[in-house]
Design a protein around this ligand. Structure first.
Ligand SMILES: *[C@@H]1O[C@H](CO)[C@@H](O)[C@H](O)[C@H]1NC(C)=O
Ligand SMILES: [Cu+2]
Length: 139
């Protein structure tokens, strides 16, 4: 009995191909995530790196983004507040487990950063595009 090379490749492929998507938070003192939308696959990771002030990356709803719910949405995540005010640049990594859209906002100042447009989207869709999510946040 022998195992085909293609079967072995299929088993190994997910781990080998998992990618990390880097998202900066507050670059150059901005109230912004960059990039504002990413399209990871299940098994990929997203690493948020906090470059200024004191922010969070917290999942929220498309329709009512600000402020995000405490701890994020049930199907999402919350990095908690991470501060770069002492010269450190903390980071947090989350693993994406599905293909559903996830909308992310900063929870700081009871949603004030969010209302300034400090939001980003993971796997936004044609029905729920980033531009409309941003418009919902700053409305
Ligand atoms: C970051 O912000 C949170 C929420 O406003 C606050 O509780 C926390 O003390 C802040 N951290 C630092 C280091 O300033
Ligand atoms: Cu913030």
């Amino acid at each position: 009995m022998r195992f085909s090379a293609s079967l072995i490749a299929m088993i190994l492929a997910p781990a080998c191909l998992a990618a990390d998507f880097a998202v900066s938070v507050g670059a150059a003192n901005s109230f912004a995530f960059s990039p504002t939308q990413i399209f990871p696959a299940p098994g990929d990771t997203v690493t948020f790196t906090f470059l200024s002030r004191n922010h969070s990356a917290t999942t929220t709803t498309f329709d009512t983004p600000c402020p995000p719910p405490d701890g994020g949405t049930a199907d999402g995540f919350d990095t908690g507040f991470l501060s770069a005010t002492t010269g450190q640049t903390p980071s947090a990594t989350v693993t994406i487990v599905d293909t559903a859209p996830h909308f992310v906002a900063c929870a700081q100042a009871a949603g004030a950063h969010c209302r300034m447009g400090m939001v980003m989207a993971i796997n936004p869709t044609a029905e729920q595009p980033f531009a409309q999510f941003l418009a919902n946040a700053v409305a």
